[in-house]
Design a protein around this ligand. Structure first.
Ligand SMILES: Cc1cc2nc3c(=O)[nH]c(=O)nc-3n(C[C@H](O)[C@H](O)[C@H](O)COP(=O)(O)OP(=O)(O)OC[C@H]3O[C@@H](n4cnc5c(N)ncnc54)[C@H](O)[C@@H]3O)c2cc1C
Length: 459
């Protein structure tokens, strides 16, 4: 693109929309391009911040007419795989906010820019639970289009299976509403196919009548990581689908914003949520409690009480991380994990976790979308803080050590939402689903107007 073409796009597009159109170097550029991970910068051609659905239509039409691409984004929690964006308009959905809850039908209608933190407390006040993940700070749209593994997942499955309708602007510049009856093939593709097919402006998600859960964290001294994680693995083989849990090794940095009890601390932890009564939950927890945790936060809480159970950072941070989808684990897997990320490993990683999958997460059902279930039993994610080239290199090296240690258990599949680098998208889906997604992409976006974080090429 020549300088003249580049310069003319901003005023041209700005004359068509109410929202801001920002060019590199202009006031607001740094904030508009900032991703959740502060260790890299995004450099699109322009940023557009639509005020409403009409603006979204105009931006998509403009891009399609001018051979440009549109990358929808809210928080930038999964921005890194987008890579270079020379011809891309980064469409930030920040202003498309609003949540309506129909308590009778147990449905939340959520505009694209709303995060789980805008849904979870309101639903919780009505005795309802939403299928959010470990942080309330991600958009309902991005999280759900990419799958969505949360605290109710073993009982209620991926969040994407609980999406009941989606409104989006497609490459032809039409605002459409798709669901099981209308454009069912596109509805299928969106649920797991991410931002490849249009800019989602609103979606409707199912809520569940769960007024309270028994949930919390057991903290143990870090030196006991091996013993604790072995016990946790044994325990995961016995628990019902009502329990979703994580076994984890934590080395908190000495950051002032952390609570004093955690700041600079090292722990082995088990986090869990039980959908059920306290006495049943306490009974199930007995084998882990018998180990004698140094801190035990389990209690009956309303759904909002688990929004920050996982202790994710509430503000953007510089980090690098990666995950793996694993098959069945044996005790040697825990030995390898602790060897790579626990005491004695010299690991600088802040967190190395294993999430228990299975249950509803393993079952495909009628009416599910492109990513309906996982062919894996456990899911890992490990990350370290990046302050400079040296800390980046040290953490990448350790992530490699973790990956190699767990390679014997690797399913070869990847989880889209946990993949923070450019990856072959075929690894996210079952073979038939990926082929079908490529056909939908070719039909709905033949000119490849939409640039998702994990792009699917049209067949
Ligand atoms: C701290 C942290 C904790 C997390 N915990 C969990 C967890 O527990 N479970 C889990 O499953 N995932 C989790 N994730 C991953 C998270 O779900 C993904 O990063 C997800 O992509 C975030 O969505 P977003 O819209 O906020 O991010 P963004 O980076 O803004 O968007 C990611 C992608 O979603 C698509 N997208 C977003 N909005 C739209 C739209 N309006 N229309 C079309 N496409 C759109 C685009 O392809 C975009 O590139 C976590 C991530 C972090 C950083």
């Amino acid at each position: 693109m020549t300088a003249v073409e580049f310069i003319s796009h901003r005023p041209d597009l700005q004359s068509r929309v109410r929202g801001a159109v920002i060019e590199p170097g202009a006031p607001g550029w740094d904030a508009a391009t900032q991703a959740f991970n502060l260790s890299f910068t995004q450099e699109p051609m322009l940023v557009a911040v639509p005020e409403d659905e009409v603006d979204v239509v105009e931006i998509v039409r403009y891009a399609a007419a001018n051979g440009l691409q549109v990358a929808p984004q809210r928080t930038g929690h999964n921005a890194e795989p987008l890579g270079a964006m020379e011809n891309v308009i980064l469409l930030r959905t920040d202003k498309l906010r609003g949540v309506e809850i129909d308590a009778q039908r147990r449905i939340a209608r959520v505009r694209a820019g709303s995060k789980w933190e805008e849904v979870v407390p309101r639903a919780s006040n009505l005795g309802l639970a939403a299928l959010h993940g470990s942080t309330p700070d991600v958009s309902v749209a991005g999280y759900s289009l990419g799958g969505g593994v949360g605290w109710y997942a073993r009982k209620l499955g991926l969040s994407t299976n609980s999406v009941t309708a989606i409104e989006l602007v497609t490459a032809d510049g039409r605002l459409r509403r798709v669901d099981h009856e209308h454009d069912p093939e596109l509805f299928w593709a969106l649920r797991g196919g991410g931002g490849n097919f249009g800019v989602v402006t609103s979606l409707e998600v199912q809520l569940y009548a769960i007024p309270e859960v028994y949930a919390g964290v057991l903290f143990f001294p870090w030196e006991r990581s091996s013993e604790v994680l072995h016990a946790w693995l044994d325990w995961t083989r016995t628990v019902p689908e009502e329990i979703t849990s994580v076994g984890r090794i934590l080395q908190f940095p000495p950051l002032p914003e952390l609570p004093e009890t955690l700041r600079g601390g090292k722990f082995a932890v088990v986090e869990a949520v039980f959908i059920g009564a306290e006495k049943d939950g306490a009974k199930m927890l007995e084998p882990l409690r018998a180990l004698g945790p140094s801190m035990d936060t389990f209690a009956m809480v309303p759904p909002v009480g688990i929004a920050e159970l996982h202790m994710d950072p509430p503000e953007p941070v510089p980090y690098t991380g990666e995950g793996m989808m694993l098959g069945e684990l044996d005790p040697a897997a825990i030995d390898a994990f602790v060897w790579a990320a626990g005491p004695g490993s010299g690991s600088p990683l802040v967190s190395a976790e294993i999430r228990h999958l299975g249950g509803a997460l393993a079952r495909s059902g009628d009416g599910h979308g492109a990513l309906s279930a996982f062919d894996a039993s456990y899911l890992t994610f490990a990350l370290g803080m990046v302050f400079d080239d040296e800390t980046y290199a040290a953490n990448r090296q350790q992530l490699e050590v973790v990956r190699k240690a767990l390679t014997p258990y690797d399913t070869g599949r990847q989880y889209l939402n946990f993949t923070e680098e450019e990856t072959d998208p075929a690894t996210f889906y079952r073979a038939g689903a990926y082929k079908r997604l490529r056909a939908v992409k070719a039909a709905v976006d033949p000119g490849n107007v939409f640039r998702a974080n994990h792009p699917i090429a049209g067949a």
